[in-house]
Design a protein around this ligand. Structure first.
Ligand SMILES: Cc1ncc(COP(=O)(O)O)c(C=O)c1O
Length: 407
């Protein structure tokens, strides 16, 4: 198991320290501006505000003080100029792609990107004649070879959230800049604690804030961060035309989640690495996909561009999928469910349609999310499930399970 740097100490002050804002009576927690519109003392100030509805407080679909406070906090953590917060990660991703692409443009996207992201790009391709090339992305040459004169965007997700493959962010950013192409990355897994892609030359960072940034499995959200000029385009489309802005109430939950982000990430990282190492040594496990393990083919790259590791990873078992599904049923701490980033450990067996890449993916992959529970108890839980699975007779597969194995 590798040692990692962990979150930079300065991030603890960034999430805990606020400038005192006299408008809020010195309130230490940002109030929730639970209102749709803002009234003006006279028409002149109203007319002035209407010229910039993304900065002035006119209507909460363009700007809400609680949401814009959250945006300023995330921009600071990502070391970007501006952020735009959306109702979900997909709202942020789809609004960004839609705002930056037009018919005839070409996108290069990593094959293992989150399923609905690829579906959205495919939709853009069918309906708006945007061309899309999917690449493996583990070599720089994959991107170089895919570039065309009309390439507008390179879309990255590093690490990917099914098989945890990385892309060389600095390398891709350099070649994209040379070709005049924008680079976007879904960085939900690493959070700004462990990866700051803008400092490596990437243009736009995207997060599903539903995951680690909120951290409590109680709300949905997404964010795009980058240069103000790009963020204004995304805001104009995504907020004003699609109406995708995050609500003030959700922003307040997100602000609360951010306060403990580095603390949670330190714990997730430690526990995730310990459990990945335990599984790597297990006789019923073929391989573990965790970039923090020395056995990961891109471990050296992970040490170069990540300051630490998220606690979502996958492994391939030697047992067949139906047995592994019963293995998951017998777990006591790990709940069966999608998503990740909250306090509770989770498991899914078999690649979901989201994780299955266009080449077919691997249905025998088990994905584990390590929450905040006692690490030893989580390992004990996995151990009792292995014992139960090893003692099970290997029944013939039911028809639906056979089909699943064949997929
Ligand atoms: C890597 C990744 N990106 C984006 C998303 C989409 O986020 P949301 O569910 O908040 O729309 C998810 C959700 O599972 C995800 O795992």
């Amino acid at each position: 198991m590798a040692e990692s740097k962990g979150p930079d100490e300065s991030i603890y002050s960034k999430v805990a320290h606020d400038q005192v804002d006299p408008r809020h009576y010195g309130a230490v927690a940002m109030p929730i501006y639970q209102n749709s519109l803002f009234a003006f003392e006279n028409h002149e100030s109203f007319d002035l505000a209407m010229r910039d509805v993304l900065s002035a407080t006119v209507y909460s679909r363009g700007n809400n003080p609680t949401v814009s406070y959250l945006e300023s906090r995330i921009a600071e953590l990502e070391q970007g100029e501006q952020a735009r917060c959306f109702a979900s990660g997909m709202a942020a991703i789809a609004s960004t792609l839609h705002a930056l692409l037009k018919s005839g443009d070409h996108v290069v996207c990593v094959k293992q990107a989150y399923g609905p992201t690829r579906e959205f790009l495919n939709e853009m391709s069918e309906r708006y004649l945007v061309e899309v090339t999917y690449v493996d992305g583990s070599r720089l040459s994959d991107f170089e070879q895919a570039l065309r004169p009309n390439t507008r965007i390179i879309y990255l997700e590093s690490p990917t959230s099914g098989l945890f493959q990385l892309q060389d962010l600095e390398g891709v950013a350099k070649l994209a800049k040379k070709a005049g192409v924008l680079t976007l990355i879904d960085s939900s897994w690493a959070t700004p604690c462990f990866q700051r892609p803008l400092t490596l030359g990437i243009d736009v960072v995207l997060h599903s804030m539903t995951k680690y940034l909120s951290g409590h499995s109680d709300c949905l959200g997404g964010v795009a961060v980058g240069q103000a000029s790009i963020m204004n385009r995304i805001g104009n489309k995504g907020y004003m035309l699609f109406g995708g802005i995050m609500t003030a109430h959700t922003a307040s939950l997100m602000i609360r989640g951010l306060r403990t982000l580095p603390l949670r990430m330190e714990r997730h990282q430690k526990s995730g690495l310990a459990i990945a190492a335990y599984l790597e040594d297990h006789p019923l496990v073929n391989r573990v996909n965790h970039p923090g393990l020395q056995s990961h083919p891109q471990h050296a790259l992970s040490r170069k561009q990540l300051d630490g590791y998220g606690s979502l990873f996958s492994f391939e078992s030697k047992l067949p999928v139906p047995v592994m599904k019963r293995w998951a049923d017998s777990l006591r701490y790990f709940r069966i469910g999608v998503s990740w980033g909250g306090y509770e450990s989770l498991v899914t067996v078999g690649a979901t349609p989201d994780e299955r890449n266009p080449d077919g993916g691997n249905p025998s992959v088990v994905r584990l999310y390590i929450g905040l529970e006692d690490t030893a108890e989580l390992i004990g839980d996995l151990e009792q499930a292995w014992l139960a699975a090893a003692n099970e007779p290997l029944e013939p597969h039911k028809p639906d399970e056979t089909q699943e194995l064949a997929r």
